[in-house]
Structure formats: C-alpha cells, structure tokens
Design a protein around this ligand. Structure first.
Ligand code: ISE
Length: 336
C-alpha cells in the first residue's frame, strides 16, 4: 500500500516534494499538508489532493499519516522531528537538522534509543549523479589519496534576512556534508575570512565569505559562499588528489548554442532546477525505505555533524578566529 505522507512547510522545497510525492514517486501519496501560511497550505493541498492540518503536531499525530517530510523553517525542526520519533514514524528532514548543536545532539540521542534509524536528512547532493560519480571515483582509488577540496557555492539572490549566520547554517551546511561524504572523515575546525562585501548585501552581512574547514586527518576544504551574485545558481566542487583531480558542476549543459555572435549554454536559475533529479532520487529512496520503517541516505549523525561544523563557522564569522568543531560521542544503537 502507498506510504501516506504529511508535508510540513510548503515553501519552495516542501511544495516541490509534495508535487513529486503526488505525481512522480511510486508507492506514496500526500494525505496532509501543514504550513503557517494558511492560503499557501490550502493551495498546495488542493493541487495534491490532500487535506490541511493547521497544527503541524496534529498532522504528525494523524491516523492517515505513516511518514513525514519536514520542510518547515530550521527553528521548527527540533520539536517536529522529536514528535515524529515519539510516534516512531519515518522522517525526511530538510537541512539543517536543527539550528544549534545541543538540539541536534538531542535528536541523535533520542533516535539511537530506537530499533532502526528513522530520520533521513535532505542532503540531496549525495543523490546527484555528479557528486555520486565523484565519490565513486575517490573510492576506486584511481586518483590516489584526496588532499584538497575547492568548493564554490553561489546563489543569484537571497532575501535581506539571509544574514551571515544563515549563509553558514543554510548554505555552507551542504559543503560540510559534501566534504564528509567525499572524504569520509569529520571536520575538526573552521576559519572564515570576510572580504569586501557586495553592495547588494544588507549592512553587517558578509557576502561573499571564504570558509576554510580542516578535517581530522589534516585535509583542507575551502568554500566560497556568495549568495547575492545576481547571476545564477552555481555549485562547483573540485577534488585534488595525489594522482589527479576531478571537478563537478562545470555548468556545461550538453546543449551549447551558437547564435547571435555568441556561443554558450544555460545556467540553472535555482537549486530546484540544478538538483531536480537528485531530489526525486532522494525522495524515491526515502519512500521505499520508509515503507519498511527505515532510511536510505544520510541520517541524524550526518545532520548533527554538519550542524556542529556550521556552529563553529558562525562563531568563526564573529570572532575571526579558527574555531574547533565540538562533536559529542557517536552513540551506539542500543536496540540494534
Ligand atoms: C537553500 O536553503 C539551499 O538549501 C540551497 O541548496 C542553497 O544553495 C541556498 O543557499 C539555501 O538558501
């Protein structure tokens, strides 16, 4: 039977997931939609043939809900994830897991008390063909030992409320996860440089920033985060290893047009266009696993580790210092 899903938060990501679940992903349907913006909830619910539940906790508790997609704002995640864990139902939680290290660790600990992992994190890049290919290349050993990772993460625009802290917690969180995914180890320290800001940045917001992460074995990961380029959605990652290097996200679509005295391809406008296939793969795998009461992708430890890196990053923005990442011990699943 089809997995009956509640979608909490139907902004850009939540509504995209809701439409995918209703139309493109097999063995799933959306039964309940919840959003602080009632008109938006009604609109999405109607388009996916679901009902609206104003209170997200009522949605989590509903009889016609087997699993939950959490795409609400980060500060709402902790209570919603914990309520799902109390009910022992599977969750796909958009990043960040929570907006601080203590609450993220609480979720890790609570989930560790259960028989199986129930919370999958929405780190969609892991499901992107290019990132998966890069990881397979690293694993093949062809390039030898990885040494450095150079990352570019650019957005065409963000709202004025998207400050330096959000750039870290909502955007750089992806590179924190990608670095852990590709290098297979934890990040232990973060430093941040704040160069001349774009005139498009609100006062006090450092946009762009250069973030330097150090891994446990001494590798370095640099990230240019720039969220008001006015250009397009650009995400590039280059891995440099002992016997070669490899890059993903060159923005070279297969179609190169020659016309009007120019040649070139098309840039993605936003993350939904760039990662559309990855989101669908992620959702498909989550649904199939959730039907068996488990997950198939990054879990709470990955969510927590990324939050810990971002928290160090936020502190590094403020202090200008190199900030160690404070990671608690990884719990051993008690009931496994
Ligand atoms: C957004 O929430 C995302 O997750 C995007 O991938 C990222 O590029 C963007 O900066 C965030 O706001």
């Amino acid at each position: 039977s089809a997995l009956r899903v509640a979608v909490l938060g139907v902004g850009v990501m939540g509504s995209y997931h809701a439409e995918a679940l209703a139309g493109r992903i097999s063995h799933a349907r959306v039964t309940v939609v919840s959003d602080a913006d009632t008109a938006r909830a009604e609109r999405v619910a109607k388009s996916v043939d679901a009902r609206v539940e104003a209170d997200p906790f009522a949605a989590i508790a509903a009889d016609d809900v087997d699993a939950v997609v959490i795409a609400s704002p980060g500060p709402a995640h902790e209570a919603q994830v914990l309520a799902c864990l109390d009910r022992r139902i599977p969750v796909l939680c958009e990043k960040p897991l929570t907006t601080d290290i203590a609450t993220a660790y609480r979720i890790v600990q609570r989930e560790a008390e259960l028989d199986a992992p129930l919370v999958q994190l929405g780190f969609m890049r892991r499901f992107d063909a290019e990132y998966a290919g890069l990881r397979a290349l690293v694993a093949s050993g062809e390039l030898g030992a990885p040494l450095l990772l150079h990352c570019v993460h650019r957005n065409p625009a963000q709202t004025d409320t998207f400050d330096s802290e959000m750039m870290m917690r909502d955007s750089v969180v992806h590179e924190a996860d990608v670095a852990r995914f590709l290098l297979g180890e934890e990040i232990v320290a973060v430093s941040v440089k704040r160069p001349q800001a774009t005139s498009l940045a609100p006062t006090g917001v450092s946009d762009p920033m250069l973030v330097l992460m150090e891994t446990a074995s001494g590798r370095l990961v640099d990230v240019e985060i720039f969220v008001r380029t006015g250009v397009a959605y650009e995400v590039r990652t280059e891995l440099v290893a002992e016997h070669g290097s490899a890059m993903i996200g060159l923005d070279q679509g297969l179609l190169v047009r020659r016309a009007g005295g120019a040649w070139g391809g098309q840039l993605a406008g936003g993350f939904v266009e760039r990662f559309a296939a990855a989101y669908d793969t992620e959702l498909h795998r989550w649904v199939q696993a959730a039907r068996h009461g488990t997950i198939d992708g990054p879990g709470t430890w990955d969510g927590y580790a990324a939050v810990a890196v971002c928290e160090a990053g936020v502190e590094a923005v403020r202090s200008g210092e190199r900030v160690p990442v404070r990671l608690g011990t990884r719990p051993v699943r008690v009931a496994a």
